[in-house]
Design a binder for this molecule. Sequence first.
Ligand SMILES: NC(=O)c1ccc[n+]([C@@H]2O[C@H](COP(=O)([O-])OP(=O)(O)OC[C@H]3O[C@@H](n4cnc5c(N)ncnc54)[C@H](OP(=O)(O)O)[C@@H]3O)[C@@H](O)[C@H]2O)c1
Length: 320
Amino acid sequence: MEYRHLGRSGLCVSALAYGNWITHGSQIEEDAAVACVRAALDAGITTFDTADGYAMGRAESVLGRALAGERREGLVISTKVYWPTGPGPNDRGLSRKHVTESLHASLRRLGTDYVDLYQAHRFDHETPLEETLRAFDDLVRQGKVLYVGVSEWRAGEIARALEIAGQMGFDRIVANQPQYSLLWRVIEAEVLPLCEREGIGQLAWSPLAQGVLTGKYRPGQAPPRDSRAASESMNGFIGGLMRDNVLEAVEGLRAIADEAGLTMAQLALAWVLRMDNVASAIIGASRPEQVHENAAASGVTLSSDVLEAIDAALGDAVFR
Ligand SMILES: NC(=O)c1ccc[n+]([C@@H]2O[C@H](COP(=O)([O-])OP(=O)(O)OC[C@H]3O[C@@H](n4cnc5c(N)ncnc54)[C@H](OP(=O)(O)O)[C@@H]3O)[C@@H](O)[C@H]2O)c1
């Protein structure tokens, strides 16, 4: 496994990280979740991503139990705050109250004294940015959070946060967690150039487009029975990618992967990791074999011919 610095920080993350959205505490049983975490550790994955709201906190609890007994110094644990965690008006967003309370609840569920990375899961238009950044900075000074990041913020929002942090002496954002894959390249226009300039590393989420880029969904065919797309309760977010024109374009990657001696999943992950600014691709997995297959994408370099062939195959199925 390759390890990369997270932006311009001193923190090293594994090039493949394991995230537990949708899976832990919901789609898969705890023994399968533990097996996936075990497989990740065996493959050299040190970096684990979760959030306060995943499965209403159960995902953090499962991850905490799965990692119990591991050497804490060998792990990089990241979680997030923003989405509702309860019924009240203060159970959401990025107010000082919710940021502080939610972090404490995350630490209890994860069974740790600190998280390595704490991320604002979305931008909060109802809370002054100064309030949020000071709350994060206080948690850093208390030693409960080591590094601060954001997720799905626009370039202008990140730039404003950097400006405030500079003026106020707050801890700087070092990580951004965007959706990024062969099929979803929205950050390339504005967010990536800003982050490259400012030393903010990317932790790319859904790098396999939720499984679509593994080639297991075939155009005109029903999804495999045991897949995310076939799960009534879990397929709410994958639907937009399950269109025939997208699946047909993805079929074009099969020969390119074969030729390169890679599986389609490995090809897709190596593509995300081709850029220095991407610190890590956060994979999900419902079973340990997937983790092992995906982890082998670390260290793979794609030639310019392969990169061109990929773009030609995907054509306008790419969302920019
Ligand atoms: N910040 C945010 O707003 C945000 C949003 C979403 C996700 N995330 C983060 O990103 C992480 C990953 O998201 P994701 O789960 O959508 O990532 P993904 O890696 O694109 O998709 C993972 C899913 O694809 C299938 N899969 C993975 N490897 C496979 C393989 N080799 N062969 C066949 N199928 C395979 C599995 O689903 P099945 O086996 O069930 O089909 C697996 O659960 C999350 O856990 C979370 O940490 C963050």
